[in-house]
Design a protein. Structure first.
Length: 132
């Protein structure tokens, strides 16, 4: 899940506490479909886009897809997420691109997509890169 850190950062996510926050405002149909597939308990990487361009932590889905209150036409969904942990070392997009074992990720191939799936093997590789 991508967010510009000057709009919503991992620190702000952490301050949201146990109740978390709605991940809303997604207006790309492919990203919205990815939100719809998320289930309670799913873990997600938190990626700072534009500024930093790095994976900085992990959030957890605490409420699956519901109508996005910021969408007046009620076509798009949001999920509720809460902070899980911050990486000891952020993982830059440059480092991700250098790792051939995860070169297939949508983060590289579809860089503008704000919500994207990740496979288990890539998840483990990235967690190792982040020192968790």
């Amino acid at each position: 899940m991508k967010s510009e850190p000057d709009v919503w950062s991992i620190e702000q996510q952490k301050k949201a506490g146990k109740k978390g926050v709605a991940w809303d405002g997604v207006r790309n149909y492919q990203a919205a479909n990815n939100l719809r597939k998320m289930k309670y308990g799913d873990l997600c990487f938190f990626y700072h886009s534009n500024i930093g361009k790095e994976i900085v932590g992990i959030v957890k889905v605490i409420k699956s897809a519901f109508i996005d209150k910021t969408d007046k036409k009620k076509r798009f969904v949001a999920v509720q997420v809460r902070f899980v942990r911050k990486f000891k070392r952020a993982i830059s997009l440059e480092k991700i691109k250098e790792n051939k074992n995860i070169s297939h990720l949508a983060l590289i191939k579809q860089s503008r997509l704000s919500v994207m799936p990740i496979d288990y093997k890539s998840w483990k590789i990235i967690c190792n890169m982040g020192k968790i």
